[in-house]
Design a protein around this ligand. Structure first.
Ligand SMILES: Cc1cc2nc3c(=O)[nH]c(=O)nc-3n(C[C@H](O)[C@H](O)[C@H](O)COP(=O)(O)OP(=O)(O)OC[C@H]3O[C@@H](n4cnc5c(N)ncnc54)[C@H](O)[C@@H]3O)c2cc1C
Length: 232
């Protein structure tokens, strides 16, 4: 399917938000947490395929928002960085199995770093829009510095507006008033009692591997966590 880039916004010094409008008779349906795969031509007549989480909750606009960090040595993101509004891209249907629970009866803890927050923005946005889910929702979001905290104002606004939503930004490379270090200490502290909850973890390999180990050590089993790894 083809999609046109309708808008591009800077989200941080090295992250852009791309708003895509699929060109199709029927809207591209997706569930919060899913991703699409972009296909871009390589230099040998083939294609590069790269997946990107959908960062917005499904709504009537029909737009898909992607939140993409530039990998300067990468094959695809430098090409995306040069793209302009009105250019088009080849995209897949919505894919992926990191979905919200069918029965919303649990406390949820989302753990991510960097653009790993994209699917969680979609999932948490959907949960907050729907009053059926009454349990606490935690977002533990790790970044290097304050300027890297994507969607910060929105998450802070949600935390003020919804009693059940709790936002924990954590910084690893800047001294500040808030939480310092890595994401792991925060959810370990929050769930030190091992109470029932479901964890969603999204980001790059090293963070996911460590989170898996630490959740096991806390006593959680594989039915209580879902991972989406962005590399390797
Ligand atoms: C399900 C899923 C969802 C995803 N969602 C997102 C998302 O929402 N946002 C997002 O930003 N990413 C997301 N990703 C990651 C994304 O798919 C790409 O992997 C990422 O954008 C890098 O693509 P690239 O072609 O620029 O880099 P690649 O060419 O694939 O390179 C990968 C890495 O290797 C390094 N590298 C490559 N060549 C060299 C070299 N010669 N020297 C040194 N280093 C090198 C690059 O810097 C980069 O870090 C997702 C991945 C998956 C699997």
């Amino acid at each position: 399917m083809e999609a046109v880039i309708e808008q591009i916004l800077w989200a941080s010094p090295n992250v852009k938000r791309f708003f895509l409008r699929p060109i199709s008779d029927s809207p591209l349906l997706f569930a919060p947490g899913q991703f699409i795969t972009l296909k871009l031509p390589d230099n040998d007549g083939g294609t590069y395929e790269r997946s990107y989480s959908i960062a917005n909750a499904p709504d009537e606009s029909g737009l898909l928002e992607l939140c993409i960090v530039l990998k300067t040595e990468g094959k695809v993101t430098p090409v995306l960085w040069e793209m302009k509004v009105q250019q088009s891209l080849e995209i897949s249907e919505a894919l992926g199995a990191m979905l919200l629970p069918e029965i919303w009866d649990k406390e949820l803890c989302f753990v991510c770093t960097g653009t790993g927050v994209a699917p969680f923005r979609s999932m948490i946005g959907s949960l907050l829009a729907n009053s059926i889910h009454q349990h606490p929702i935690h977002l533990v979001f790790g970044n290097r510095t304050e300027q890297d905290i994507l969607y910060r104002e929105e998450f802070e606004h949600w935390a003020k507006t919804f009693d059940k939503f709790h936002f924990y930004p954590v910084l690893s490379q800047q001294q500040w008033e808030g939480r310092k270090g890595y994401v792991h200490a925060t959810y370990e502290q929050l769930f030190a009692d091992g109470r029932d909850a479901h964890f969603y973890v999204c980001g790059w390999k090293a963070m996911c591997a460590e989170a898996r180990q630490r959740l096991k050590t806390l006593g959680y089993n594989r039915r209580q966590y879902t991972f989406e790894q962005y590399d390797g």
